[in-house]
Design a protein around this ligand. Structure first.
Ligand SMILES: *Cc1c(COP(=O)(O)O)cnc(C)c1O
Length: 490
């Protein structure tokens, strides 16, 4: 019996994993969830010595069960290779207080690589399985990390094309240089005049423009999306929770069967939701600590049962977590309530009033948050104690973990999930260590961080300010559809 996926909002169309990956989002606006979360059919003892790829197969075959062994292994082998700078793929670093799961060893040095390295393969395989032979064009609006990781994932993947739009003045210098120097004959990057919301709205409009869709279908193109509502991004993230557990066993920190806590720096709730799936599949997890920055909607939600976006949007030094509407929370609401009707009601309230009430008590999630000051103090503290430099997002989680410990005295061994290399936010992490760096040129800061942390600059951003610019478009948002047509005609 194949595992079927359905919409969180009640659409009666049940589909397979590969169809859900192709579609991305359900017709009623809901997200695809598995009708039941499969149980792991392996023993924990059996995974302790597995490589990342071997473990990925064991986990993905359960959740993407309409893929054949051959298909899935080809996807995994294509994704988790020398693109990562360590054969461990997701190494676990031990600190005095906890394990730190480093998810930043891929091509864009942020955790989005874990899923976006494999998504192109999953998508292509899904297309083939379902008789979709048009070229799949990925349209993405990005505030920084997703766009670059998607570009790297889809670059030169046959049968696909990718167009990324970023707000001309809304990304960091390192992030912009990472994108406009992107290689690959099927890639295209353009700045949009305006902020992230302008870019996002323009892309959504193009996405849902039926005339544009029909016109491009004639020419053999079909749109798809690489953002985190796609189940093809969620599934690969489940793997590293099992992997982290296995590494904790291997390091002698726990015995097979012992519970551990995971602490996850959270924005769109995709990463931590994968931890929830891992637990439902049978991984012994005690608490999932959901760490927010000053945009602490999720902390308030887990504390009070009220999700309320009617508040000031705060720009922080952990920009990938600056978010008020965490779209993947919808999936958790479905799994906790078991009712698409309830979810639909909550989502209607969210879009009309920006607020809803739902108690997640007993779910095993705990909300915690870290202020800017606390985050910077955590970076300095860990650096001074162990010479290890946390990035700003990871530091939010580390600091939230310390606050959680103070409140609860929880003795469970914990793993903090590390989502970015400190090099991606070099000036901020240096400033946390010593305020003298606060005015430094951002590319200069990358070189300074190498000295301070006594580590090598990761190859993906080495001398990035000196690379040739390959994409020099800056367009008005009204012209986005013209632009897409023009690029695809080339
Ligand atoms: C995307 C991102 C996050 C947030 O992850 P979600 O899955 O959206 O919760 C945290 N840190 C970094 C560096 C990211 O790029």
């Amino acid at each position: 019996m194949a595992l079927l996926y359905k919409s969180t909002r009640g659409d009666k169309n049940y589909i397979t994993a590969s169809q859900a990956i192709l579609k991305g989002i359900a017709d009623d606006g809901g997200l695809y969830v598995p009708c039941s979360i499969p149980k792991a059919d392996f023993k924990l003892e059996d995974i302790v010595d597995m490589s990342y790829k071997e473990l990925a197969y064991e986990v993905l075959k359960l959740i993407l069960d309409d893929f054949t062994e051959e298909e899935l292994k080809a996807c995994i082998n294509g994704a988790y290779d020398e693109k990562f700078d360590t054969p461990a793929i997701a190494p676990l670093r031990l600190t005095q207080d906890c394990g730190v799961l480093e998810l930043f060893h891929g091509k864009t040095i942020a955790f989005k690589d874990m899923a976006l390295s494999i998504l192109p393969y999953l998508l292509k395989t899904s297309a083939k399985k379902n008789g979709e032979d048009r070229t799949i064009v990925i349209l993405t609006a990005t505030s920084g990390d997703t766009g670059k990781a998607a570009l790297e994932g889809f670059a030169d993947v046959e049968g696909t094309g990718i167009i990324v739009f970023f707000p001309q003045d809304g990304v960091s210098d390192v992030q912009r240089m990472q994108m406009i120097t992107q290689e690959g004959k099927n890639t295209c990057v353009a700045g949009i005049k305006g902020n992230f919301d302008d870019a996002q709205t323009a892309v959504k409009k193009a996405f849902t423009n039926k005339a544009l869709k029909a016109e491009l279908a004639e020419e053999g193109y079909v749109f798809s999306s690489a953002n985190s509502i796609n189940i093809g991004r969620l599934a690969p993230q489940i793997v590293y929770y099992f992997y982290a557990y296995a590494r904790m066993v291997k390091a002698g920190k726990i015995n097979c069967g012992d519970k551990i806590d995971f602490v996850v720096p959270t924005g769109n709730f995709g990463n931590i939701l994968a931890g929830y799936y891992a637990r439902e599949m049978g991984l012994p997890v005690n608490k999932l600590v959901c760490a927010s920055n000053e945009n602490k909607v999720l902390f308030d939600f887990f504390e009070t049962g009220k999700y309320d976006v009617n508040r000031e949007f705060i720009l922080t030094s952990s920009p990938s977590m600056d978010i008020l509407i965490s779209s993947n929370l919808e999936r958790l609401l479905y799994h906790l309530s078991g009712s698409t009707e309830v979810v639909k009601g909550l989502m209607d309230n969210l879009s009309s009033k920006g607020v809803y009430d739902f108690s997640a008590k007993g779910s095993g999630f705990v909300g915690e948050y870290s202020t800017e000051e606390e985050t910077f103090a955590a970076i300095k503290d860990v650096y001074e104690k162990e010479g290890y430099v946390l990035d700003t997002h990871t530091a939010v989680a580390y600091s939230a973990y310390k606050k959680y410990l103070k409140k609860t005295n929880d003795k469970t061994p914990a793993v903090v999930v590390s989502t970015a290399s400190p090099y991606k936010f070099a000036r901020d992490v240096l400033t946390a260590i010593d305020s003298k760096y606060s005015g430094m040129d951002p590319f200069e800061a990358v070189r300074a961080l190498s000295e301070v942390s006594e580590t090598n600059i990761p190859a993906p951003i080495k001398d990035i300010d000196k690379r040739p610019v390959l994409h020099n478009f800056c367009i008005e948002r009204e012209n986005i559809e013209e632009f897409i047509k023009e690029r695809l005609a080339k």
